[in-house]
Design a protein. Structure first.
Length: 266
């Protein structure tokens, strides 16, 4: 049986991550927790390691694994022509259960399978996963189960299916979610949801199609002549009333929201 490291304690996690780092750098395969289900992964830049991940799952090259990254900054090193609306999704949902399919950098020396020039990228919201990714860089990671079987939500589930094909198991307890990540294709002018998951369509739409601000509510109401002070003295009939040079100068202050794009956050 491959070693299982208890990552629910600080010392156990440090020991487990150190062991997993060594395995990944040697081209081996590990099981790690994520914010959705447990994943099986390896160095994304080792074709042999990626092939081992696919073989462990009983999957072919026609279903390439996604790539997990340690930070938002990594995206531009892996992908090109990232739409601004895709960056909006990243700002809103990363780290989290949203996978974005982007155009891959053509200069990358890797082989994830039959990707047709794309890469599926995600930054998970899990301390153990991010600690490992921070040490080894991008990893090709897919759900830790045999193809056709339910995704593993515990290390025991993963080990029962994958066994000795995995060199190290990182156990962070049961995952907090049983849902897979939502996958959105960002390679065209408009986003296309390829797989429904933890991020709902309503949540995506709130970012992609925000409701316009209601400026009418801020506009001053027209003055009703009946509301004027009846005790105010009326001007002499011959007295000229001085009007402002520009009537618009007396309008309410501009309430238009700042349209500048917020800075990219992690």
């Amino acid at each position: 049986m491959s070693p299982v490291y208890d990552c629910t304690t600080e010392s156990g996690r440090a020991e487990g991550i150190a062991a997993a780092v060594e395995v990944v750098r040697d081209g081996g395969v590990v099981v790690l927790p994520t914010d959705t289900v447990y994943g099986i992964g390896a160095d994304a830049f080792s074709p042999e390691a990626v092939a081992s991940v696919l073989a462990a799952k009983g999957r072919g090259r026609e279903m390439p694994p996604p790539v997990l990254v340690p930070s938002v900054r990594t995206v531009d090193g892996l992908a090109t022509d990232v739409p601004e609306w895709a960056r909006d999704l990243i700002r809103e949902f990363w780290p989290g259960p949203l996978t974005l399919v982007l155009k891959a950098q053509s200069s990358l020396m890797w082989d994830l399978g039959d990707t047709n020039g794309t890469v599926a990228v995600r930054m998970p919201k899990d301390d153990t996963a991010l600690a490992l990714l921070g040490e080894v860089g991008p990893m090709a990671v897919t759900s830790a189960n045999l193809t056709g079987r339910p995704p593993a939500t515990t290390v025991t589930d993963a080990a029962a299916q994958l066994g000795a094909a995995v060199a190290v198991y990182l156990d962070a307890g049961p995952t907090t979610s049983t849902e897979v990540s939502t996958i959105v294709d960002c390679t065209s002018e408009v986003p296309v949801v390829l797989r429904a998951g933890a991020v709902t369509q309503e949540q995506l739409d709130a970012v992609l199609h925000p409701e316009p601000a209601d400026t009418e509510a801020d506009a001053p109401a027209d003055t009703d002549p009946a509301d004027t002070d009846s005790d105010a003295p009326e001007p002499e009939p011959t007295q000229a009333l001085e009007l402002p040079a520009d009537p618009a100068s007396d309008s309410t202050p501009d309430n238009t929201p700042d349209s500048s794009t917020p800075g990219e956050t992690r």
